[in-house]
Design a protein around this ligand. Structure first.
Ligand code: FAD
Length: 522
């Protein structure tokens, strides 16, 4: 910057000499005015440059969930000076603290218990006095959470990311005020800001959550006892996963769902099969097409009222009621109005353009706080996308290929178009299915419920969707995602060698069925 000053001095000298030599005072005035104007412009430019230079960070990320921490790490990898602001004491957001990780820890523990109680004798293993130690189960879950959140602290240090503890709120588009829990404040400045503040459980306006008997997923992860009875409002992913945890431990679980099917956004065949299996193996009851109208607590009992499909009142009593009717974007306290960002009326999501930039240049938003699936891996990919965009790269996210998973048993996983979507859009497709009851591997592990369905374009054979319910579907779906990312045909999958005996052979067989109705083992 300063190297330009001698050039300016030289220019001023030439002008002065020229004017005195020619004695042309009109020319002198014009040139002087021009020079002053140029100098003013130049000093303005310098001031702006300095302002940019005194910004503490290239990027500040508000929120340390999977969107925020992955985005921050990618920024740091790309050489951007990065800071994260997180209001909680531990990093990792909903996912690590009260979402994906603790729920999977409890799902694993409860699955062990359920197998020990129901399938071990068939395997020839006899146990005596089997019982649940809830305190230990929750303690192990807490330990898993602690290990994972500590991992993020390590990654921040490793990548030289500064972390500020407190609630972040906009002063202007480059300045964030951090308010700590003791009320003290500090400001952080950055050229770019990424909002990754996530979401919180949605409450029903007529059903107050007391967090004791009427609870959300967060409290359901820390119950001190195995309830005798439980009502789950909502037959979506979170409700069914947490319902499964307690049903496996012996709780009588009733699911109340407004829609005619559970996991309603997935391929219809999956919801039907999952409902059948959860009823059969865990004794879960389903109240489909029921509209919840209220819930009251008396002592240790919750009474949930609903109207069935015919409009008749139904009453359910339980020890606990989990309200799992979705999640709402979290933007409270961010001060979005200060920088002119208005959230959407429904869902409170922050509007963004195709580069995930908000209405304000240099302010981006990712993860649960914006439109799209509320999934950790979607948030992570968006964190990477924005970091690379800020660094001047041209990244891409294929939103059609974000897999959806339900960690019940059997697991459910899905990617691409559902049969219902293909029908609605008039796409001609072929469907091939293969049931796990015909899989040697599934018979060996006694996991014969479920199937895999491959949907392929009727003309080109390109895979358009893969939907599976069965053992380890959560892991198996990755093969379908990769195949579809490379625009594989059903026959490409069918002609790829799959190890035997594995559950993945069922995908090969479903692909064979879709290719030309030539599955081998059925
Ligand atoms: C019970 C449960 C199970 C789930 N299981 C899965 C699963 O198996 N797989 C999956 O993909 N998804 C799962 N999810 C969803 C997943 O947790 C979310 O999609 C994911 O966490 C969203 O990531 P995010 O980074 O957008 O936000 P979050 O993870 O919500 O993180 C946001 C962070 O921002 C912080 N924050 C908010 N406002 C401020 C502020 N003003 N200043 C500073 N910090 C702030 C919050 O404290 C939080 O730490 C589950 C969710 C729940 C509740």
């Amino acid at each position: 910057m300063h190297s330009r000053l001698p050039t300016l001095n030289l220019f001023t000298g030439i002008v002065k000499r020229l004017c005195f030599k020619t004695q042309d005072f009109k020319l002198m005035t014009h040139l002087w005015r021009y020079l002053t104007f140029t100098l003013n412009l130049f000093s303005l430019h310098l001031a702006n440059q300095n302002y940019q230079e005194i910004m503490q960070y290239d990027v500040v990320v508000i929120g340390s969930g999977p969107g925020g921490y992955v985005g921050a790490i990618r920024c740091a990898q790309l050489g951007l000076k990065t800071a994260v602001i997180e209001k909680y004491k531990t990093y990792g957001g909903t996912c690590l603290n009260v979402g994906c990780i603790p729920s999977k820890a409890l799902l694993d523990s409860s699955e062990h218990f359920h197998n020990a109680a129901h399938t071990f004798t068939t395997h020839g293993i006899n146990l005596k006095d089997l019982k649940v130690d809830m305190k230990q189960m929750i303690a192990r879950k807490d330990d898993v959470v602690a290990q994972n959140t500590a991992g993020i602290t390590y990654l921040f240090k490793k990548n030289k990311i500064d972390a500020f503890e407190g609630v972040g709120s906009f002063v202007d588009k480059n300045t964030i005020l951090v308010t700590k829990s003791d009320g003290s404040t500090e400001t952080v400045t950055a050229k770019n800001v990424i909002i990754a503040t996530g979401s919180k459980p949605t409450a029903l306006p007529f059903l107050p959550i007391d967090k004791k008997r009427i609870i959300t997923s967060t409290e359901a992860l820390t119950l001190k006892e195995v309830p005798k009875t439980m009502v789950v409002i909502g037959g979506g992913v979170i409700g069914l996963e947490l319902g499964s945890v307690y049903a496996r431990l012996g709780t009588k679980v009733s699911v109340v769902e407004f829609l005619p099917s559970i996991i309603g956004t997935m391929d219809a065949g999956l919801g039907k099969e999952l409902q059948r299996v959860l009823k059969k193996t865990l004794g879960m009851e389903f109240y489909m097409g029921h509209k919840v109208t209220g819930a009251t607590v008396k002592g240790k009992t919750v009474t949930v009222t609903a109207d069935n499909a015919k409009g008749e009142p139904v009453t359910l009593e339980a020890d606990y009621c989990i309200v799992a009717v979705g999640r709402t974007a979290y933007t409270e306290g961010l001060g979005l109005d200060k920088i002119g960002i208005t959230v959407e009326e429904r869902g409170k999501k922050i509007p963004v353009n195709e580069h995930l930039e908000t209405a304000v240049k240099g302010v981006y938003a990712i993860g649960d706080v914006i439109t799209g699936a509320m999934l950790a891996h979607k948030a992570e990919d968006e964190g990477t996308y924005v970091a690379e965009t800020i660094a001047g790269q041209k990244p891409h996210i294929n939103y059609n290929l974000i897999p959806g998973v339900v960690y019940t048993w059997p697991e459910v996983a899905s990617v691409g178009q559902t049969e219902e979507q293909l029908k609605a859009s008039g796409v001609k497709y072929k469907a091939g299915s293969f049931p796990f009851k015909a899989s040697g591997r599934a018979k060996a592990s006694m996991d014969t419920d479920g199937f895999i369905k491959v949907l392929a374009d009727a003309t080109t054979d390109e895979v358009l969707g893969v939907h599976m319910i069965g053992p380890r579907a959560a892991d198996m779906i990755a093969e379908a995602v990769i195949a579809m990312e490379f625009r594989a045909s059903a026959e490409d999958i069918a002609r790829t060698c799959h190890a035997h005996p594995t559950y993945t052979e069922a995908l090969k067989e479903a692909a064979l069925a879709a290719t030309d109705n030539r599955a081998i083992h059925i």
